[in-house]
Design a protein. Structure first.
Length: 59
């Protein structure tokens, strides 16, 4: 089963729930969207982990 990275987007904080980064446990600010076999998986990351895991190349 292949996990394919789709996009990274800022978490919307309307829920006011504290969500922790899946990688380091800090407060998450970004969510990464993956697709696996047609299903969508969302993983939450903090700023530093999201930059580390998903470097964004500015045009
Ligand atoms: Zn983190």
């Amino acid at each position: 089963m292949e996990k394919k990275f789709s996009l990274l987007r800022p978490l919307d904080d309307v829920s006011r729930k504290i969500i922790h980064c899946v990688s380091c446990g800090n407060i998450a600010t970004q969510e990464a969207i993956f697709s696996v076999d047609g299903a969508t998986i969302i993983e939450k990351y903090c700023d530093s982990c999201s930059k580390k895991e998903f470097p964004i190349t500015e045009p």
